[in-house]
Design a protein around this ligand. Structure first.
Ligand code: PEP
Ligand code: MN
Length: 255
């Protein structure tokens, strides 16, 4: 299924990339990123505004101020914007500012949030809950669709397993299965899956080869000083190298 956003298509023949910071921190950070994406012809800008952090002492996001910055950047650079919403109230608020609403791994199991996302008309990227089976993810999508919003993008973002070397375990088989079982676009977020920037490029390529329609990648101009998820953020050099490689050829075989 194709989702049309202005002149842009998600779930069509071309792969789609959303990139941006884990959290919008201030205007200079997000405008530097937005300009960089525009220069590299990347169509989508992500940016967390209402963050769901494990620790209450961690940076919680700029809230509505962040939404305003995201809209400003989307308008200024012609980028498709996405941000996470965690409550029905945030769905209503973000509706005014962004192009795509994101339901995160923690929100994916909240039927009240899913229904609220189904009652509005912007596309919804639904991430897989970190403990969700593929079947449960599909039921979560059904909550949104049943309310009248067919524009759901599924996103594999890693699941919790016994493995501790990586933040989560990227379940690439979910991509194959979801592509077969549904007509919905399927994305992969390699950043939250692996949690380590060094492995994000390889996993992005693997996801696209497995059939993903697009990816959601965290980038930051200065990952070491990021207020959240710095360890998994690609800097501009690493991200532009990845984009160049993706454009040249997704994978090359020496056989
Ligand atoms: C995010 O994309 O900002 C995020 C918090 O992801 P997840 O819900 O997958 O952890
Ligand atoms: Mn993050």
């Amino acid at each position: 299924m194709e989702i049309h956003l202005g002149n842009t298509v998600i779930g069509g023949k071309k792969k789609f990339i959303f990139a941006g910071p884990c959290a919008i921190e201030n205007i200079s950070q997000i405008s530097e990123i937005a300009k960089f994406l525009k220069d590299y012809s990347i169509p989508g800008l992500r940016g967390g505004t209402f963050k769901l952090r494990t620790k209450p002492t961690s940076f919680q996001g700029l809230g509505e101020e962040g939404l305003k910055l995201l809209k400003e950047m989307g308008d200024a650079y012609g980028l498709i914007t996405i941000t996470e919403v965690a409550t029905p109230e945030q769905v209503q608020l973000a509706y005014e500012y962004v192009d795509v609403l994101q339901i995160g791994t923690r929100g994916a199991q909240n039927p009240y949030l899913l229904k609220a996302a189904g009652q509005q008309r912007k596309p919804v990227m639904l991430k897989r809950g970190m403990m969700m089976t593929i079947e449960e993810l599909l039921w979560a999508a059904e909550y949104i669709i049943e309310e009248g919003n067919p524009n759901v993008i599924l996103c594999e973002r890693g699941i919790r397993t016994f493995e501790k070397e990586t933040r989560n375990t990227l379940d690439l088989s979910a991509v194959c299965i979801l592509k077969e079982k549904t007509h919905l676009p399927v994305f992969v977020d390699p950043s939250h899956a692996v949690g380590l920037a060094a492995y994000v490029p390889q996993l992005t390529k693997a996801a696209l080869v497995a059939g993903a329609d697009g990816t959601l990648i965290e980038i930051h101009p200065e990952p070491a000083s990021a207020l959240s998820d710095g360890a998994q953020a690609l800097d501009f050099t690493a991200f532009s190298k990845l984009v160049k490689e993706l454009r040249e050829e997704t994978i090359s075989f020496t056989i």
